[in-house]
Design a protein around this ligand. Structure first.
Ligand code: NAP
Length: 253
């Protein structure tokens, strides 16, 4: 029987790359999305092309009832979850200065980017503990923003910093159940989310050398790290942070 992965926000961008790579590595995939059914259908086709099963599940990760329904539908479809990938996330609607940004934006970012994965992980972890079979794993896609201060999107940074602590907490709590918990911290990845800043980041990356490895990241770069974890490459590590950022996190002089 194939292992089962639930990937949130799998209709586009990094989540789509992860879903397809996990399918290529032999996983059945629960493809969660929020609104974009057409894009999710494309991912279904990409997954099934690789000889495994896909189950589409529309659910707003920021909504408690929707999270519960998502987990129920994943278990109804496949009977288990071996890998949870907390990937779904949103950027602020406008990049506003820290001295002007609104509570409305803060609540949205915390709801989708932090509270959603925090409680989805709780739900899935309890089900993983109760299931038989090989050790399950949980991967959360945070961001370089977990420890890089961008004062024009403080809400996003605070939510991502929260995911870093969430990973440590669940890693400690779930170790006794054999569940490994990991954080992947992407840098600047070419997706719809970074579309609006493409030109500015082109300059930073290609001309100014902000990244030691002078290129944009691709969803496939993040997906390879997820597959390595899924295949047990880090089975004697937990709570580990993996930077997939072209070396951005390195201090330089
Ligand atoms: P993206 O291209 O904007 O795609 C976002 C995905 O998340 C879509 O599949 C979207 O579904 C889904 N989604 C959005 N809100 C959701 C919600 N409330 N419930 C369920 N699904 C939801 O973003 P991305 O660049 O791939 O980013 C993916 C993750 O990586 C995010 O957590 C982001 O913060 C993080 N990240 C991105 C970068 C980067 O440079 N791109 C860097 C570091 C970290 P629909 O298609 O239905 O809208």
């Amino acid at each position: 029987m194939s292992p089962v992965a639930l990937v949130t926000g799998a209709s586009r961008g990094i989540g789509r790359g992860i879903a397809v790579a996990l399918a290529a590595a032999g996983h059945d995939v629960v493809v969660n999305y929020a609104r974009n059914a057409g894009a999710a259908e494309e991912v279904r086709a990409e997954v099934e092309k690789r000889g495994v099963r896909a189950h589409l599940a529309r659910a707003d990760i920021g909504d408690a009832a929707a999270r519960a329904a998502l987990v129920d539908s994943a278990y109804a479809a496949f009977g288990r979850i071996d890998l949870l990938v907390n990937n779904a996330g949103v950027a602020p609607a406008v990049r506003a200065d820290l001295l002007e940004a609104t509570e409305e934006s803060f609540d949205r970012l915390i709801g989708v980017n932090l509270k959603g994965p925090y409680f989805l992980t709780q739900l899935v972890a309890n089900r993983m503990i109760a299931q038989d079979g090989p050790p399950a794993r949980i991967v959360t896609i945070s961001s370089m923003s977990a420890d890089t201060a961008s004062v024009n999107r403080g809400d996003y940074c605070v939510a991502k910093a929260g995911l870093a602590m969430m990973t440590r907490l669940y890693a400690v709590r779930l170790a006794e159940h054999g569940i490994g918990v990991y954080e992947i911290r992407p840098g600047i990845i070419a997706t719809d989310m970074t579309g609006p800043v493409r030109t500015r980041y082109d300059k930073l990356i290609l001309e100014d050398g902000i990244l030691p490895q002078r290129r944009w990241g691709e969803p496939a770069d993040v997906a390879r790290a997820v597959v390595a974890i899924a295949q047990g490459a880090l089975s004697y590590s937990t709570g580990q942070v993996i930077d997939v950022d072209g070396g951005f996190h390195l201090r330089r002089l």
